[in-house]
Design a protein around this ligand. Sequence first.
Ligand code: ATP
Length: 239
Amino acid sequence: MLDAALLSIDGLSVAYDGSSALNGVSLQIRKGELICVVGANGAGKTSLIRSISGIVRSSSGTVKMNGVNITGLPPWEICERGIAQVAEGRQSFGSLSVEENLLLGGSLKRAKAYQFETLEFVYQLFERLRERRRQLAGTLSGGEQQMLAIGRAIMSKPEMVMFDEPSIGLSPALTDVMFGVVKSLHEQGITVLLVEQNVAKSLALSNRGYVLENGSIVLHGSSQELLNNSEIQRAYLGM
Ligand code: ATP
């Protein structure tokens, strides 16, 4: 157990129609850390993020933020407490403009007073979104939608951002841009939980990592330890 964990997850389980997706997952994230959870398709990565963000109900276990139990709170309340999610599949409002989507992200109580300042910050991070601020979100390219999803999360003035496979479906060049953005948000003091199939890149970026297999954490350690682990090298790094 870490001292002063920002987020502390204990024995978290999720099942869909009786079929188990997460089995008693425990992990801790300190304030200011960048940690990754890596695993293959279907390992339970998205279920972990969705159960933290309140989108999916856990069947047992607890999620605490700064020692306060937030298990089972509705998603908007979890956002108000400072946990934002960048979902896999992007999920913006397609019939609203880029800027309307961003302003919606900034409409939380915790963020409203900083809305226009944060909007400018997002546009500096992604000039492409500034150029396309009047365009309907549904007509953006995949990479632009991913920028918008990150922008919306930033607009909520989060203490922690959870990224669900930010590199999925992107070209290698755009993948590097997205990992660069994750790094720069972390450098600005935001705690990051990064969930990825891209094991090499996410371990290279993070302080610590957890390996999820069939809904259970099977290994955890510093990212360097995991990168040097022969099982990880064989199973995930093709070595
Ligand atoms: P991927 O990398 O392919 O996105 P993942 O590691 O994020 O996978 P999850 O999406 O959490 O894994 O899925 C874990 C398991 O739960 C899978 O077997 C999946 O089919 C199942 N599952 C996920 N969501 C649902 C749902 N809404 N209803 C039923 N089963 C689900």
